[in-house]
Design a protein around this ligand. Structure first.
Ligand SMILES: Nc1ncnc2c1ncn2[C@@H]1O[C@H](COP(=O)(O)OP(=O)(O)OP(=O)(O)O)[C@@H](O)[C@H]1O
Ligand SMILES: [Mg+2]
Length: 273
């Protein structure tokens, strides 16, 4: 599938129109023992947008991504994805439904090459395709080749041809983050969750990553939820921003609205509340 047909598929694979709710989170609460990581938070992600989640350290941002991709199970609340209410769901099930993610700390197989890591992101699709092909078409001889073709397209898209055979552990941090993005893209997600994709990067690496995030959104048609501390990046990339503080939602709106919100300013200045 080329980049354009992939974008078309992303827009039609679930029957959700651009701009309509793709994910709905209602009154979610999550705690770990006495720690209330998320307290009664509701928000939505619209198909086709870049949705930022921001907030001070420990605000519950990563926990929220972990709830969305089925890694944590909230004690309270309801999640709907593609219009379907979701019961307890494991990460592989969320992945099969089209949710992929990258991690706050790079999570790659450091001894494996760029190509192998991105192929690994494809494994879920392989199993699913294998199953369907056995049922309807018999074993597909070309399956491996087809996966390789998609992976090569992603490598092309992210401009990492030069490092395709390099073990990931030998790459600078900024490139490792890009490979991790490639691994998530190999799942051809409807919703891509990025947990601080630019953390620890220098300015040039941040600019590169920003461009790839924008390209993924506009050229592949992928909806993106992004956690990011760099306010400049958030303001440049995000259509809408949700702000968490101590597990609670304190603001939600356009970047300009959120930036001017007094509760947000107080949270970032550490004003007690
Ligand atoms: N698995 C866990 N077990 C116990 N406590 C946890 C767990 N995961 C998160 N927490 C706690 O939940 C709260 C929110 O953590 P979370 O990692 O979601 O914050 P965050 O907004 O992503 O912060 P940061 O900006 O530092 O990454 C913190 O108090 C954290 O210690
Ligand atoms: Mg975090």
């Amino acid at each position: 599938m080329n980049v354009h047909s992939q974008a078309a598929a992303a827009q039609s694979d679930d029957g959700i129109a651009l701009g309509a709710d793709l994910l709905h989170v209602d009154n979610i609460s999550l705690s770990f023992g006495g720690v209330k990581a998320i307290q009664d938070v509701s928000f939505d992600i619209r198909k086709g947008e870049i949705r930022a989640i921001i907030g001070p350290n420990g605000a519950g941002k990563t926990s929220m991504l972990n709830v969305i991709n089925g890694f944590y199970h909230p004690q309270e609340g309801i999640i709907s994805f593609k219009g379907r209410e979701r019961r307890r769901m494991r990460p592989y099930e969320a992945a099969a439904q089209g949710i992929a993610r990258t991690f706050q700390n790079v999570a790659l197989f450091t001894g494996m090459t760029t190509l192998e890591n991105i192929m690994a992101g494809r494994s879920l699709k392989m199993h699913r395709n294998f199953f369907w092909q056995m049922l309807y078409r018999g074993p597909a001889l070309n399956e491996e080749m087809e996966h390789r073709r998609v992976v090569e397209e992603i490598i092309d898209f992210l401009e990492i041809e030069a490092i395709r055979k390099t073990p990931v552990g030998q790459l600078p941090y900024g490139l490792q983050k890009r490979v991790e993005l490639g691994r998530a893209l190999a799942m051809e997600p409807t919703l891509l969750l990025l947990d601080e994709p630019m953390a620890g990067m220098n300015l040039e690496e941040k600019e590169d990553m920003s461009r790839y995030v924008l390209d993924v959104n506009s050229q592949l048609g992928t909806t993106i939820a992004l956690i990011e501390h760099d306010m400049g990046v958030v303001m440049d990339l995000a259509d809408r921003v949700m702000v968490l503080d101590y597990g609670k939602k304190i603001a939600d709106g356009t970047p300009d609205e959120v930036q001017a919100n007094q509760a947000v300013i107080d949270a970032y200045l550490g004003v007690p509340h």
